[in-house]
Design a protein around this ligand. Structure first.
Ligand code: RM4
Ligand code: MN
Ligand code: MN
Length: 429
């Protein structure tokens, strides 16, 4: 930690804001002292929280209409790690990075691991890319990957996933997330059952190569790039696949991979009940897989999701869950978007810890709908900003990370040493 940002700079920044923060924090403590909660336990929970940054998230995203790269953007995985390190130096809750292969291929994985460790970061879940044809692919994924009708294509996609596991082992990762683009654009184009069969057969071969302490996450998505159907379209198909594969297979929920108005918190609860919830990809959306910044559209839903997680955790029904942000930052500096998103996720988690689930349970038994909702709303409406700021302060991170980052002029400085971006530069093979 603190390789790029000097710790003294953060201390100087914090000195400017600590007096006001202390006043705000005292007010917050007075307010929550009326609730039956142990604030030190909550603080510990929040300090131990971690959300992975995906390597592709520190680059400017884009839409099918275009991309507007920033000057000073990272051009390779080493530069991406520098950007992740800045984020973690400032907020302290993003200590891990998720890689995507083959986008993040390197010659020497040991070197990459050392380089990353030096910044106080480690590697989280690895991800596989079978959704585009990269230069060294022998076959085309135009009509699918793990579920393709042609066995040679399926075999190549299987090998690509197994290679991801091998790279992940070298990097200290403990899980692989598989999201496939496979699906169709026309009614009748595919036999729905046969394609699911092919998926299971391919996944079995990947599953067989998982080390004993590894997991495999299955990520569902209802549409895109297939606009008529996708093979792993919803949590039902995901659950069936995970159940068929075995204990190490779990379901991953990407918030944007649901049709508008889907009750995602209920899916979270169901998967916890079925002991098959493995991870999350956080983002926000208004219409579909918009990949907007977490908490920017529907912070109440984010809170309700954490309510399910916290309630299950308190009842000891929940094992460890992998959290990652999966967003596309099209018009902002990705570093700023990721900082704010991580804080929004942290905020939703903090608020969920203020809910007294015993009280909620009492109201539920009485069928007192108004008091149930009110109990949730009371926690949601408490401003936890001073708590999050105090946690950052006490952990040696910045009270106001965005203000600090703006003053750094990081992009301007980096634009002098980093090559200007072209569209294909992230595809290093
Ligand atoms: C997909 C999906 C995957 C991510 C890619 C880049 O829509 O969300 O998780 O790996 O995008
Ligand atoms: Mn995702
Ligand atoms: Mn997505």
């Amino acid at each position: 930690m603190f390789k790029i940002i000097n710790k003294n700079q953060i201390e100087t920044h914090n000195k400017k804001y600590i007096n006001n923060l202390k006043k705000d924090y005292d007010f917050f403590i007075r307010k929550v002292s009326r609730l039956k909660i142990n604030i030190n336990n909550i603080k510990n929970e929040l300090m131990n929280f971690n959300i992975a940054i995906p390597s592709w998230g520190v680059e400017t995203g884009g839409t099918r209409f275009g991309k507007f790269p920033l000057k000073g953007e990272p051009n390779n995985i080493f530069e991406k790690i520098e950007d992740c390190a800045i984020i973690n130096d400032l907020i302290g809750i993003t200590k891990s990075i998720s890689l995507h292969f083959p986008w993040d291929n390197v010659e020497d994985y040991k070197e990459l691991r050392e380089f990353t460790k030096n910044y106080g970061l480690e590697f989280d879940v690895v991800n596989s890319n079978t959704f585009e044809d990269l230069d060294n692919y022998k076959h085309s994924y135009k009509f699918g990957s793990l579920t393709h009708t042609n066995k040679n294509v399926r075999d190549e996609a299987i090998k690509l996933n197994i290679d991801c596991i091998k790279k992940g082992i070298k990097l200290g990762s403990k899980a692989l997330t598989v999201w496939i683009p496979d699906g169709t654009n026309y009614p009748g184009q595919q036999d729905f059952s046969k394609s699911l069969d092919r998926y299971i057969e391919s996944m079995k071969k990947i599953y067989a190569k998982l080390p004993s302490n590894w997991k495999i996450f299955i990520e569902h998505k209802p549409f895109e790039p297939g606009f008529y159907s996708t093979v792993i379209n919803d949590w039902g198909s995901s659950y069936y696949s995970a159940k068929t594969l075995g204990e190490k297979a779990l379901c991953l929920i990407d918030l944007g991979h649901h049709l508008p108005n889907t009750n995602i918190e209920m899916i979270v609860s169901r998967l916890i009940y079925l002991k098959k919830l493995g991870g999350f990809h956080f983002n926000d959306s208004k219409y579909g897989d918009d990949d907007l910044d977490s908490g920017s559209i529907n912070p109440f839903m984010l809170f309700l999701i954490f309510n399910e997680l916290t309630s299950a955790k308190q009842k000891k029904h929940l094992n460890s869950i992998s959290y990652m942000m999966d967003q596309s930052h099209n018009i902002t500096d990705p570093i700023e978007s990721l900082i704010l998103s991580a804080i929004e996720i942290h905020r939703a988690y903090a608020k969920s810890l203020l809910i007294d689930h015993k009280i909620l349970d009492k109201f539920q038994k009485k069928n007192d709908a108004i008091f149930c909702l009110n109990h949730l709303k009371e926690a949601f409406n408490i401003d936890v900003t001073p708590l999050l700021e105090m946690i950052r302060y006490e952990s040696g991170n910045a009270i106001h990370p965005i203000k600090f980052y703006r003053n750094l002029n990081y992009r301007r400085k980096k634009s002098k040493t980093r090559a200007e971006k072209t569209y294909l530069i992230n595809k290093i093979i």
